[in-house]
Design a protein around this ligand. Structure first.
Ligand code: DIG
Ligand code: MN
Ligand code: MN
Length: 395
């Protein structure tokens, strides 16, 4: 474990959070039984606090067993809240497990049977009540079972309105309860379903515009999920930021062309992780730092014992902090700033905003297309500078 004196050691001010289901993952996979004992939520709180995390997130059933009585629920919540208070830990985000119980085998909020949809809505309401009690501000929806294998089963013009009706219902519930939740929709293209509805963050950004209370709803992009879809995560997060809809983020790592691995942050595509941290931290100075939680939806290798789990958690946070320093160094590098300097053209820039006069002026402009075509962008040098900062040979 890393000495607390080093400058990369995480502090609560870094706003790192982990789901209870991440470091609490006992290592079961589709081909094998658990390899670790279950770590009680109260001990997860204590250990993550020791490592410098800011908080923990949870699905309802990460804390409250499915089918628990109201008395058991209240006892568990009281004990959990004491652990949070004892260790100064927060619960910034809550979500609902709408994927484990077999009732959800063919969907939850988009299921064909209205009773299944009703059961799912009721489960989310109870989970939102729990989240509000724990002080969560963001409520995540990951529709892991909202999808299909047999595409003849449901027309998109059936499941889209169902999901819209459910989210409109839950936005109204949140408002009537006086909860200040911001909903964050998490996309994934497939797994566990053959195809999952609303496959990417882009699909979610459009879908949000069709909701009654679209101002309450944003996105929770995950590194691995957009990678599964073969997309550029930094572009997608950047579009969410531009739309002011990045309400939460799931940080992890992923090898291309594999199942959803949820690996330790930065352990695979290091350049992508660098560019993501640069974006979130506003290192270029062009845009502000994003103020949301740096949430790790990741878990340790199945090969690990509990000590390995805490190494995993420390590694996620430490790598983020190292990349933050590297990104600041890159954007402070005069050679980088020279290449990224904005092209200013006082004559032409004003013409790019429409008016009849500007349209006429554009027509009259002398533009030497062949000369412009020959201008080199210096992107090879820019990307080499990035690689050298990342490799530590340029500070
Ligand atoms: C999977 O990536 C999903 C679930 O773990 C959870 O519902 C959500 C919250 O971050 N991510
Ligand atoms: Mn995932
Ligand atoms: Mn996730």
């Amino acid at each position: 474990m890393h000495s607390p004196s080093d400058s990369y050691a995480p502090t609560p001010g870094d706003q790192f959070t982990f789901g209870l289901w991440t470091v609490g993952n006992p290592g079961r996979d589709p081909f094998g039984e658990p390899v670790r004992e279950r770590i009680p939520p109260t001990r997860i709180v204590a250990e993550l606090a020791r490592l410098g995390a800011y908080g923990v997130n949870l699905h309802d059933n990460d804390l409250i067993p499915f089918g628990a009585t109201a008395v058991e629920r209240d006892r568990i919540v009281t004990e959990f809240r004491k652990a949070l208070d004892d260790h100064g830990m927060k619960v910034p985000m809550c979500t609902t497990n709408l994927f484990t119980h077999p009732i959800f085998k063919d969907g939850a909020l988009t299921a064909d049977d209205p009773k299944v949809r009703a059961f799912a809505l009721r489960k989310v309401m109870a989970s939102m009540d729990l989240g509000a009690e724990l002080g969560a501000g963001v409520y995540v929806f990951w529709g892991g079972r909202e999808g299909a294998e047999a595409d003849a089963a449901r027309d998109p013009r059936v499941w889209i309105p169902r999901y819209r009706e459910s989210l409109d219902f839950l936005c109204e519930y949140s408002r009537d309860q006086g909860y200040l939740f911001r909903f964050a929709l998490e996309a994934k293209p497939n797994e566990p379903r053959g195809d999952i509805y609303f496959a990417t963050t882009g699909h979610m950004l459009h879908f949000i515009t069709t909701l009654t209370h679209e101002e309450m709803v944003g996105v929770n992009p995950e590194v691995a999920h957009e990678n599964l879809a073969g997309l550029n995560f930094v572009h997608n997060v950047g579009q969410a930021l531009e739309a002011e809809k990045l309400f939460h983020i799931d940080l992890n790592a992923q090898k291309i062309g594999r199942y959803d691995q949820d690996l330790r942050f930065g352990s695979e595509d290091l350049k992508g992780a660098f560019l993501l941290v640069r974006l979130l931290e506003g290192a270029s100075g062009q845009f502000p730092r994003w103020e949301g939680m740096r949430h790790f939806d990741a878990h340790a290798y199945r090969t690990e014992d509990e000590a390995g789990v805490w190494e995993f958690a420390a590694g996620c946070m430490r790598t983020y902090n190292i990349l933050r320093e590297k990104a600041r160094g890159f954007d402070a590098d005069p050679a980088v700033r020279e290449i990224l300097a904005e092209i200013v053209d006082a004559e032409v820039s004003p013409l790019l905003r429409y008016s009849k006069a500007n349209a006429e002026a554009l027509r009259a402009l002398e533009i030497d297309a062949d000369r412009l075509a020959q201008v080199g962008q210096q992107h090879e040098r820019l990307d080499q500078l990035l690689v050298e900062h990342l490799m530590g040979v340029r500070g």
